[in-house]
Design a protein around this ligand. Structure first.
Ligand code: CP
Length: 315
């Protein structure tokens, strides 16, 4: 594996999930694999889980880790081609990514969308420039349209906690005050459509995701109907795909509460975090026995470790 940017980069998804669960049982079994290898984790945007879990995963494999918050600590990057750099940008991404590649055996990149220009965001221009210019394997730490390490951890969590062979998994939209990217729901949908689950997406009218990611899912505007007998409920806000990046008025009643969970008595509740309490998801659920959000965040380590192991073994 030279690139981990989406589920499409994975040949055998169940095998990768099984690998993550094996590594969870024996985290240091491959401590020699990454010896004297360096991973650089490059953040253009904030992170807690992705940063710490990927660093821990790399250390479990014996790797050296460089973390660069390039938005705060690096030179101001020029991302466009063909411009005279007589403004505020100091270094072009062509040189910056190439130089990082000189210091790294693997590079992880986090780059959020601007949520202004859909074509630009959905072309993954920034992430793809890193891939093009750094010349070493690249792992997405969340790009404009996908968050594959999160989705793999989510699938690992479902595999680990399921009590039926083909669980019902519901992705339900949640309210928020700010426009958030579609990366997590796109990616979750894409991975669930490849998994052996009954997958349902529920959202208010106007929050349709791109069909590129949802093919095979059941999609409804009726949250109660969707939640019925769910085994896993994945709560997430996202802004509109059309008009792009908009927050539509209303829909506050989509926040999941214990009352709503009555319709799904066995459901476990997931969220990628960070979560805004009592806006996006109720405290009573987060603090109660149905929430598996901390367990899910813990599995980020094993998802990242499985991916890094695969890359180290094949390069
Ligand atoms: N879920 C997730 O990616 O968390 P961070 O943004 O804190 O990395």
């Amino acid at each position: 594996m030279k690139l981990f940017s989406s589920v499409n980069d994975v040949q055998d998804v169940p095998a990768l999930v099984a690998e993550a669960l094996r590594l969870k049982q024996d985290p240091f079994a491959y401590k020699q694999l990454g010896l004297n290898k360096t991973i650089s984790l490059v953040f253009l945007n904030p992170s807690l889980r992705t940063r710490m879990s990927t660093q821990k995963a790399a250390m479990n494999l014996g790797m050296n880790v460089i973390v660069l918050n390039i938005d705060k600590e690096g030179w101001a990057l020029e991302l466009r081609d063909g411009v005279v750099m007589n403004g505020t940008t100091v270094e072009h991404i062509r040189e910056a990514a190439a130089v990082m590649g000189e210091y790294s055996d693997i590079i992880g990149v986090r780059s959020f969308p601007g949520l202004k220009d859909r074509d630009e965001d959905y072309s993954e221009a920034i992430f793809n420039k890193f891939v093009e210019f750094c010349k070493v394997p690249v792992v997405s730490l969340e790009s404009a349209t996908r968050h594959p390490l999160q989705s793999l951890a989510d699938l690992v969590t479902i595999e680990e906690l399921k009590t039926t062979s083909r669980p019902k998994v519901v992705l339900t939209w949640a309210p928020h005050i700010k426009p958030l990217p579609q990366a997590v729901p796109n990616s979750f949908a894409e991975w669930m459509c490849r998994a052996d689950v009954d997958f349902v997406i529920a959202h208010p009218a106007g929050y349709e995701l791109s069909q590129e990611f949802t093919s095979g899912a059941t999609i409804t505007h009726d949250q109660n109907e969707a939640l019925k007998d769910a085994d896993f409920i994945y709560v997430k806000n996202w802004s509109a795909y059309e008009p792009y990046g908009n927050v539509l008025p209303g829909n506050e009643d989509w926040m999941l509460t214990n009352d709503k969970l009555g319709i799904a008595p066995n459901a476990k509740v997931m969220h990628c975090l960070p979560v805004r309490r009592d806006l996006e998801l109720s405290s009573e659920i987060l603090d109660g026995p149905r929430s598996v959000v901390i367990h899910e965040a813990g599995n980020r380590v094993w998802a990242a470790q499985a991916v890094l192991k695969k890359i180290l073994e094949s390069n």
